[in-house]
Each structure stands twice: as C-alpha cells, then as structure tokens.
Design a protein around this ligand. Structure first.
Ligand SMILES: [Zn+2]
Length: 182
C-alpha cells in the first residue's frame, strides 16, 4: 500500500458532489495521542474515506480504518500485538438536532463545511481500541519458572499477612452488623 499523505481538511460539499475517495496512512505526527500505542514495526494507521449521498439525499462518509497497535495483555502483562479494523458509515450533519434525525445505521459525524480527516481517523481508532487486551488463549508469556529473585517473593509473603488485617477487621464488623439485624 502506498504511503500517500492524507489531506487534513476536506470540503464536504465538494467531496460529496465528486463522490471523492481519500485513502492514505497517518503516523504519530498526525495522531500524536496514539504515538505510544502504534506498533513500532509499522506505526501507521491506514484510513480511507469515501464521500457520497444516498437515495434519501443524506450526505455520508464511509470510513475504513486499519491499524496495528501494541497493548498490554491483562493476563501476563506482556505486550500483545493487535490489528484493529473498523468500517463505518457516518451521516454528515451540521449539528445535534440533525444528528438525532439520522436513521439507524448512520452514526452522526457533526461537521459544518469541512471534515477533519485526521481527527476522524483518531476517533475511529479510539473506538476500535479494546477496553482490555489479551493474548489468544494459551499463548501468554509463561511465568519464569526458575526465578532467582527470591527477595521479590519474600517481600510479597511478608506483606500478605498485614494486608489481610483490614479485611478481617471488616468481616468482623460485618458479622457484628448481621448479629444486630437478626
Ligand atoms: Zn498474555
């Protein structure tokens, strides 16, 4: 895929009239908020946006996004590579009122005169990000079996009894509460 620069701002009327299609790649320069997440092997977000008007005369933008990010696996806490793909059709509306009138299947994209394609790419990427990431089942990094750093373990063993105290106090309180209710 060519790494053509994607224009930043696009005039809606012109783009819809010409059924214009824009596609290209954005990097951390255009999407600095995702710089730390993008896969260093290919730190680019592929995005294509096609403008048009449907039978009902509604202006829309069809967006396809493809990006590779590196997240932290919530099972083994090691990096997990994720490919994120999104495809959506957005209804171009100038305000909230028109957004509420959009039929199901068209998510509103509120924009007057111009659409910011970089911002749109960032929004699509943010929506595609999983809340939690995991390696596929059974593919997590195995825990280090013969660890020499006993101090780490000893420290944990030492702190565990202390951290249990608040809970035993709490359960004692709850127990006494139960007694009173009964
Ligand atoms: Zn994992």
């Amino acid at each position: 895929m060519s790494a053509a620069p994607l224009p930043n701002r696009v005039n809606i009327r012109k783009a819809v009239t010409r059924c214009a299609k824009y596609s290209g790649c954005l990097g951390s320069e255009q999407l600095p908020q995702f710089a730390a997440l993008l896969d260093p092997a290919r730190p680019l977000v592929d995005i294509s946006v096609e403008f048009g008007e449907n039978e009902e005369g509604r202006q829309f933008a069809s967006v396809e996004m493809d990006a590779r990010v590196v997240l932290e696996c919530q099972r083994c806490l090691q990096p997990v590579h994720c490919e994120l793909k999104a495809a959506s059709r957005l209804g171009l509306v100038p305000g909230d009122e028109q957004a509420r009138q959009l039929p199901a299947g068209l998510e509103p994209l509120i924009a007057v005169d111009e659409v910011d394609l970089w911002e749109l790419a960032g929004e699509e990427l943010a929506l595609a990000l999983p809340v939690v990431a995991y390696h596929p089942q059974g593919e997590c990094e195995p825990p280090k079996s013969d660890r020499d750093d006993r101090s780490d373990k000893e420290e944990r063993d030492f702190t565990e009894p202390a951290s249990e105290n608040p809970f035993s106090v709490l359960s004692a309180l709850l127990d006494s509460g139960d007694m009173k209710e009964k």
